[in-house]
Ligand binder design. Structure first.
Ligand SMILES: Cc1cc2nc3c(=O)[nH]c(=O)nc-3n(C[C@H](O)[C@H](O)[C@H](O)COP(=O)(O)OP(=O)(O)OC[C@H]3O[C@@H](n4cnc5c(N)ncnc54)[C@H](O)[C@@H]3O)c2cc1C
Length: 468
């Protein structure tokens, strides 16, 4: 039997790990996991990776390290031929995989909904590790700019952060960003805290529709005390570069982050199987496609009916439980038995607000402040598959308590551009030297000598720049 799992996120990783466990005596079963990146991201810790209280890589786990016998392929799934039962995936270097399956598990997740508001491509998103890094760099750069200018309008724009979408991700993000800014302001004595504006826009009547109204009110109060301006029933109509437009207002902001909902993975939505009105794969309670029994789906890209007929929410805690059940169902079907329906009652919801504060309802108990924050952190720490990663996370958290925040801005794109420019500079200098003295022997023609020279030339170039 060949089982192919698509997506190395919460749903896909947990499915493969449970399959490995329940099928450990079935040596004839091949399990293959295909994912775009070779790591799994613990998204609830992304906020801290953005603020710097956690090293970016530590909110991720290398997939290979967490697998026992499953084969892992790092590739982007392009399409699924459900009639021939073949997955087509393409690796970064261009290699094409054609993977046959007997059972296909689709756990390709979702992406930020950029179809809702025109101009969404002008906003940053917050879904991946790259998003967290880009936002962090972007904020630090805006602080540097604000620090360097006396122009009031420019300072105001640089120091205004707009978050669009007051759901779980938007609220947690704005909470963590207030903590981040309070921490880093000690490095920018020319910037006053009141100059930094956080604006959270929510189209619905209240923030945090995922939690009960009372908790949402508490969260709103905590954020407002830190200066976050929350506007509900405020639909953003248009996003431009550095500007958002509402019905009655236009706001200039150098940082605009879009967290207004998700859409299922484009590949899952394009699969020729039955889907719901939002493009999610329509499955029955056993998580089997309603149109193609060899296809199973879970997580954010699947519409799994709960006991009341409504689909389960797009949350990690659900994806993890779904995965365990789905693996058991595949084993049952493989053994000639029947799959059973998935039923899960949420354990509760926890919302971090940064600054060691959170709100939560867990097993019916309402928690706020530090206990809620501690519980959330501890719960997600144990969702990291391996102990080595958990230990690194705890070390990062401990270091963050005792030391100043790190505002190093690592921008690989800029670094690469600088190396390229330096390399071009060296090549040009060599060209000039050659034409001046045709017989001269030039040292650095070997490919490994070139980067070193380029670096040195880059150093020289930047020194010259600073002397001007
Ligand atoms: C910032 C943030 C914070 C969150 N916090 C919480 C929280 O506190 N609690 C909670 O319960 N939920 C939280 N969530 C929601 C949670 O992350 C999702 O519900 C969960 O990740 C869904 O799991 P999944 O397996 O369906 O998708 P994902 O975990 O997103 O995994 C999808 C995987 O598929 C891969 N993939 C996608 N397309 C392709 C392709 N074409 N080819 C190959 N691979 C592909 C992706 O790289 C990824 O590895 C948060 C989400 C975000 C963005």
């Amino acid at each position: 039997m060949r089982i192919v799992v698509l997506g190395g996120g919460f749903g896909g990783m947990a499915t493969v790990r449970h399959l490995e466990r329940v099928l450990r005596r079935h040596a004839d079963v091949e399990i293959t996991l295909v994912s775009r990146e070779n790591f799994f991201v613990l998204t609830p810790l992304l906020f801290e990776a953005c603020s710097g209280s956690l090293e970016l890589r530590h909110c991720a786990q290398p997939i290979r390290a967490a697998l026992r016998r499953a084969r892992f392929i790092e590739a982007t799934v392009e399409s699924v031929d459900v009639d021939r039962q073949l997955v087509r995936a393409v690796a970064a270097e261009g290699g094409v995989y054609s993977l046959p399956y007997d059972h296909l598990v689709v756990a390709l997740g979702a992406s930020t909904n950029d179809r809702l508001i025109p101009g969404s491509s002008n906003a940053l998103t917050f879904k991946t590790m790259a998003d967290a890094l880009v936002l962090r760099n972007h904020l630090i750069e805006r602080f540097e700019r604000a620090d360097a200018t006396a122009d009031a309008a420019q300072r105001c724009e640089c120091l205004t952060v707009v978050v669009i979408g007051g759901g779980l991700v938007g609220v947690e993000l704005v909470g963590e960003l207030t903590a981040f800014v309070d921490d880093v302001l000690r490095y920018y004595p020319r910037i006053r805290r009141h100059e930094v504006r956080f604006r959270l826009f929510e189209a619905g009547p209240r923030i945090l529709p995922e939690v009960e109204a009372k908790l949402a009110e508490t969260a709103a109060r905590v954020l407002q005390r830190r200066g976050v301006e929350i506007q509900t029933s405020a639909a953003v109509r248009w996003i431009e570069a550095g500007r958002v437009r509402l019905d009655s207002d236009t706001i200039d902001a150098a940082t605009i982050v879009l967290t207004a909902g998700i859409v299922p993975s484009a590949v899952a939505s394009a699969m020729p199987v039955l889907r719901d009105h939002r493009g999610r794969i329509a499955v029955d309670a056993t998580m089997r496609s309603r149109s193609h029994p060899q296809v199973w789906a879970l997580g954010d890209c699947a519409a799994i009916p709960g006991p009341d007929g409504r689909p389960y929410p797009a949350l990690a805690q659900h994806a993890i439980r779904e995965a365990r059940h789905l693996a058991g169902n595949i084993k049952a079907v493989g053994d000639g038995g029947a799959a059973s329906g998935f039923m899960f009652r949420s354990l509760g919801t926890m919302v971090s607000l940064g600054h060691t504060r959170a709100v939560a309802r867990v097993f019916g108990v309402r928690l706020t402040g530090f206990p809620a924050w501690w519980l959330r952190r501890t719960y997600y720490l144990f969702q990291m598959p391996r102990w080595d990663r958990r230990l690194r996370i705890v070390l990062d958290w401990t270091v963050a308590v005792f030391f100043r925040p790190d505002i190093t801005r690592v921008d690989l794109r800029v670094e690469r551009e600088q190396v390229t420019q330096a390399r071009q500079f060296v090549e040009k200098s060599m060209e000039v030297a050659r034409s001046a003295q045709p017989g001269m022997a030039l040292p650095a023609t070997s490919s490994n000598a070139m980067p070193r020279m380029a670096e040195e030339a880059g150093q020289g170039a930047s020194n010259r720049g600073s002397m001007r």
